[in-house]
Design a protein around this ligand. Sequence first.
Ligand SMILES: Cc1cc2nc3c(=O)[nH]c(=O)nc-3n(C[C@H](O)[C@H](O)[C@H](O)COP(=O)(O)O)c2cc1C
Length: 214
Amino acid sequence: MKALLVNGSPNQKGNTYVALRAAADALEAEGVEAEIYQIPAGPVRGCAACGVCKTNGGNRCAFDGDAVNAILDKMEGADALIIGSPVYYASPNGQLLSVLDRVFFAGAAGAAFAGKPGAAVCAARRGGATATLDALQKYFPISGMPIVPATYWPMVHGGAPGEAIRDEEGVQAAQMVGKTTAWLLKCIEAGRAAGIAYPEAPGGKKVWTNFIRA
Ligand SMILES: Cc1cc2nc3c(=O)[nH]c(=O)nc-3n(C[C@H](O)[C@H](O)[C@H](O)COP(=O)(O)O)c2cc1C
């Protein structure tokens, strides 16, 4: 079993990393492989709403060369996803949101996400953490991903990179995200062995209802 952890902070070893590292260490202690993927520096475009990802077999964004298709590729081999972001103006990092819009829009056409646990952690100096987690957690249920619980909303507090290691409660919540992700993965594996599969949409096909009538 493997979990992919995505660091959406430009600080590779900053406070978001503190939370992700705590979750990764807890996963590994439970026997789950954990890979922390750093979103590379450099420009990231937003979703162009071109729809090419709906026609090319899924799991591939038309715009190659940044983190998006790398994450989609990694999710093919991962059983869970943990996203980490710094809090910027009481929201996730804009670069990360651009990546995630494209990852989940392209990924929706395939099976890279459904039935796989999802979690978000964030790092703030002072405020805006729950709003940030709200935004990040929106990606999971719409993609068929159960949201992982913790002992508290998984946020760590710190200003200077690495300072969050002193936020003991925040670090414990991030560790708990790792433990509960491992627990959910084991429950899902046991369920699969017992013949319990992730369900299909009622009727076997996703329904689209746009509220416009001719
Ligand atoms: C553009 C920008 C906006 C920020 N906005 C907030 C904010 O709204 N609330 C807050 O508590 N901290 C804010 N911060 C501080 C960071 O969230 C904080 O330093 C965090 O620990 C950074 O995580 P990192 O070390 O992983 O990059 C902001 C930082 C930057 C660069």
